[in-house]
Design a protein around this ligand. Structure first.
Ligand SMILES: [Zn+2]
Length: 445
């Protein structure tokens, strides 16, 4: 390694009178708080196949050493072996800090404790600024890409995100949450309980974020989530006015049990999903009974059009939809039921909505189409919860959560290959948690 010192630099202007030498030392002091320390030397191996910049730090003799646990000055007890920290690369050249930490006698505990170093976090071999840097990029790219682009290890990216997320979770503000949405998210291939995650979102106007993630989607999962949030902020559950969910029984039960004072709003999106699933079952059944191969193909091709909101199907697609509906009698009636249910959500008064719901379910029950009858029975059983949507002035739906769920799926797809729950959890909190970031004197990216 050549000890070239800090003499390589540049001038900010061609005028020698105002020329300022810019060197690594100045740059480093600009981007990193180094109070209490001095830059002893900057070494580089720029000619080598693996160029790097090494910065040796030393104590500032004018300042007292401070304890990392209480921040108070303390007498130096001993000097630990030299440590190395990855720092933010400079023009894609890796940068390392070197320093031998002192241990000081803590005034509070009377024991030797490692001194405070503004760039250091615990035993991490990465400087705090570097971890924030990697974590920020890991929120935009996949972890793998982040690691490749910045010649870091995948593990460095994981640990960086882990630290930034932990910091954010510890420092987030859970006050003023009045509306949450509870939803599940499928991941992986199977359909077992462990292939689902339970997510709790805040859905207040202007403040939408992921609050909690748990494995599976059972009563126990949601109970654990609610308990954890309540533990983090006393009165959290009591402060909820609205909880938005689908008709998943375990969730309904826990919501009733833990936040009975809140209106449990059943989400229109999920009701639409049930209707669409029923319609698709009808279409599949009818289509398989078609003798003509071409007609069968046409019916299959119409699947997407059938599931799309009717008013959004226009032009040529509309003609195609009409042809499909004309060829499939039962599907056509099921489609009409699905479409007409949209009117339910347009009412303002719970009483009128209730009247419409009864009329609709009666029609569905008389349709002799079993999948639609099943939905009708389910909606009837949940009538009171369905009407909560109108009692909550139609303000809350999980639509915003569905947007979040879409983002979650994108984030999960980017983290392909790493299916462990811990990694999924980190990815989701990192991307959807709207977490505060550790403060830093410089924004690197
Ligand atoms: Zn202390």
């Amino acid at each position: 390694m050549t000890a070239a010192g800090v003499e390589w630099g540049c001038q900010t202007t061609n005028n020698p009178a105002t020329a300022i030498q810019l060197n690594v030392k100045t740059l480093l002091r600009h981007v990193q708080d180094l109070v209490g320390f001095v830059v002893k030397s900057v070494r580089h191996t720029l000619g080598a196949p693996d160029p790097r910049i090494d910065v040796d730090l030393d104590i500032d003799p004018r300042r007292k050493r401070r304890c990392s646990c209480c921040g108070r000055p303390g007498r130096v007890h001993d000097i630990l072996p030299q440590r190395q920290w990855h720092f933010v690369p400079l023009w894609n050249i890796p940068v390392f800090l070197h320093y031998a930490p002192r241990r000081v006698v803590c005034q509070r505990f009377g024991k030797p404790v490692v001194e405070a170093m503004p760039w250091n976090r615990g035993k991490s071999p990465y400087a705090a600024a570097y971890m924030v840097f990697l974590a920020r990029w890991a929120g935009r790219l996949s972890w793998k890409e982040t690691a490749e682009i910045f010649s870091a290890s995948w593990e460095a990216v994981r640990r960086s995100v882990e630290w930034v997320v932990a910091w954010g979770l510890e420092h987030r503000d859970l006050s003023g949450v009045t509306a949450v949405g509870v939803d599940d998210l499928h991941h992986g291939r199977g359909k077992t309980s462990l292939n689902f995650l339970t997510l709790v979102y805040q859905i207040d106007r202007g403040s939408r974020r992921l609050l909690w993630i748990g494995r599976a989607r059972t009563e126990a999962t949601l109970r654990e989530g609610f308990d954890e949030l309540e533990k983090l902020r006393a009165g959290f559950l009591g402060g909820l006015r609205v909880v938005c969910s689908d008709m998943w029984k375990p969730f309904l039960k826990v919501v009733r049990e833990r936040c009975g004072q809140a209106l449990n709003v059943l989400d229109p999106f999920h009701v639409a999903k049930h209707l669409n699933e029923a319609l698709d079952t009808v279409r599949r059944g009818e289509q398989s009974r078609l003798k003509d191969k071409a007609a069968r193909k046409e019916a299959k091709g119409g699947r997407f059009l059938l599931l799309t909101r009717g008013t959004k199907v226009r032009g040529k697609a509309r003609a195609k939809l009409k042809a499909v509906l004309a060829s499939l009698g039962r599907t056509s009636r099921a489609w009409e039921l699905k479409e007409s249910f949209r009117r339910f959500w347009l009412y303002r008064s719970p009483a009128w909505a209730s009247a419409y719901l009864r009329a609709w379910t009666t029609r569905a029950m008389r349709s002799k189409i079993e999948p639609m009858k099943k939905v009708a029975r389910m909606l009837r059983a949940h009538e009171d919860l369905l009407l909560n949507y109108f009692r909550a002035k139609r303000q809350y739906t999980n639509a915003m959560v569905e947007g979040m769920n879409h983002k979650a799926r994108v984030a999960l797809a980017r983290s392909f290959g790493h299916r462990s729950f811990d990694v999924l959890k980190l990815v989701l909190y990192h991307n959807l948690g709207d977490l505060p970031e550790p403060p830093s004197s410089h924004k690197f990216c």
